[in-house]
Design a protein around this ligand. Sequence first.
Ligand code: SF4
Length: 296
Amino acid sequence: MGVKGTAGRSGPSAKAGRWLTPASGFLAGYSHTLNPYVGCAFGCSYCYVRRMPVALFRGEEWGSWADAKRHAPESLKREIAAAKRKGPVTIFMASATDPYQPLESTERLTRSLLAVMAEPDARPDALFVQTRSPLVMRDADVLARLRDAGVALLVSVTVETDRDDIRCALTPSAPPLAARLRALRELRDRGLPTQAAVSPVLPCTEAFARRLREVVDRVTIDSFAMGDGSGGKRSERLGMGEALARLGLAAWYEPEAWRPVYDSLCAEFGADRVFVSQEGFLPPAPSRILHTEENR
Ligand code: SF4
């Protein structure tokens, strides 16, 4: 399926608009969310954004389109400065898209926003970057600048399984798992605070926890029922139980199916490095982040 994308955010055609949105619900611990794109080319089967107004009004299949927002990246500086006058600015990027869309490889919009946030007068207090794309590696330099400037940073890469057949069945447009694991390892080796987000946990092998431990120091786990913001109702409406049943894996949809994986993660990482559901997505704070260099 081809993915349509549009852009053109700078210059005379740039629209006035806001980058920051007040956070709520699952992300209520943050002051703001930041979504550089509208839509998402990864089109995961379990993505509940596909049932939200932004997707429904568009009337096109979720996963078939992604648009770069048209505001000037520089305007983020003013928004952060204004928000900081009211209190700490803690940003979750991104809640309704992936900031490392395929379109980002040419648009470099997420990179531009990170560069703005690395400037002295525009730094947020905390920044959580959530992606499933190894493209995040490209921005290791600007992420390191943010870290070095004292921004509490966490780069979280979704790895829901170690089975590529499951990825192909449920998230076929998402980047290959091996590339995500490589990205996590490289980010960690550059001293960036990272986590693997097993969110939602999908059918995986017994070696999954060990494979993650080889590339990352912190992990969070979530399930359809815990993590969809509705106690599982959204996942139900998306037919995730049926999707797993068609694969002969209905048991993985049971509410407690995540626990054996959690136990194996605890055995590999230690329980203090394994987070569950919302606690794995709280705003990063220096005391909460495991700094690789310090732990070696
Ligand atoms: S990457 Fe995230 S926003 Fe994009 S389709 Fe998947 S779950 Fe939804």
